[in-house]
Design a protein around this ligand. Sequence first.
Ligand SMILES: Cc1cc2nc3c(=O)[nH]c(=O)nc-3n(C[C@H](O)[C@H](O)[C@H](O)COP(=O)(O)OP(=O)(O)OC[C@H]3O[C@@H](n4cnc5c(N)ncnc54)[C@H](O)[C@@H]3O)c2cc1C
Length: 395
Amino acid sequence: MSKRVILAGGGHAHLAVLADWALNPLPDSDRWLVSSSSHTAYSGMLPGWLAGHYRAEELMIDLEPMAARAGAKLIVTDAIGIDTRRNILTLASGQDIAFDLLSLATGGEADVAALAALGDRVLPIRPVPGFMAGWTSFLETQSSAASISVAIVGGGAAGVEIALAVASALDRRPGTARVALVTPQDGFLAGHSPRVRKAALAQLAGRGVEVHFARATGREGALWLSNGAALNVDCVIAATGSRAPAWLASSGLACTPSGFVAVGADMRSTSHPAIFAAGDIIERVDRRLERSGVHAVKAGPVLAANLRAAISGTKPSRYQPRRRTLYLLALGNRRAILSWGGFMAIGRWVWRLKDWIDRRFVARHSPHPGTRTAGTLLPLTVADGTAVDSDAQGR
Ligand SMILES: Cc1cc2nc3c(=O)[nH]c(=O)nc-3n(C[C@H](O)[C@H](O)[C@H](O)COP(=O)(O)OP(=O)(O)OC[C@H]3O[C@@H](n4cnc5c(N)ncnc54)[C@H](O)[C@@H]3O)c2cc1C
């Protein structure tokens, strides 16, 4: 009998599953893809978009042709709940869909609670299409301002890359700009070597980005730092890491103390064997795994193999990451830092390597590789109705 397999989330972790289904159709199955947006933004290229190196369309992966090739029905809406007793996924569109197998990869949610008092001055980096629309509109509203002040809160790789990209973007407009990065000292490029942190600090200083080692809270119309200083800012970009989606808590699915889906090395829920999960929404129970696109992408083929194994009743595979992960951090000026364990390199060639890897990734998931042309407008549907002009640039 045909089994219904639903993928919830069309991001980094599920791209390999769709590619696998396109190459080798999943037998005896009725396949669905539920995603809050018709396009997935490749996050590694977002700083390059902000810095003006890429057009929006160059980092967008269109899920419609991917789903079509995978023989999956695409529904653009949010998953908002799971009834784990009856195996039913509830959608924001009002539908309840029964499943035999469910794979969750809807990513994490931006954690902006400490900044919420600043209202619409806060721009979370997730979801990426919403960030792109928000930044474009911020620049438009500030087009005649003599000076702009932007703070980036969060000192992980994304926060550092975005701070440098924003500095580049604001350098190109008339008037003065103040860019600040606020991060607790122990959160600044945590997990990277001291050499990488030192090189990144030198880049930030050289580009005039103020670095404040502090925690930030939004109140009384300003960004207050734990060292007592206050920053008056026009825009606060929240790169504060992700928290688990709230709807998971009521699903009955085993979650870790921080609320993420608990999975083993086979990417299967520890409580519900019909449910798999990968990417930023999980925490492994057998080991610590950073939340990163690298792990989301690399777990994808294992997830694909295990959905297949669950249907055929064969032995599942395990996702065992390598001991060291390669990270390439864009510096906003067509240079980048390579970070690999204790090894560090910096320069234009690192950027070229990153650019090649990133473009190749997006091209591999495009309907007609090699046919992306500058100036093509993509219609971008987002479940909450946000419109994103794909030709807009972060300049
Ligand atoms: C600015 C930025 C830069 C980054 N740079 C890097 C980098 O250089 N290297 C790196 O390794 N990592 C990087 N990351 C981290 C990386 O993007 C994530 O770890 C990765 O995207 C996680 O993949 P995922 O599949 O879990 O989620 P995502 O890729 O975020 O995909 C989630 C998908 O689910 C959809 N969705 C969300 N909610 C719902 C819902 N309720 N129902 C249905 N669909 C939903 C979304 O539309 C999206 O399609 C960066 C992140 C950011 C924000």
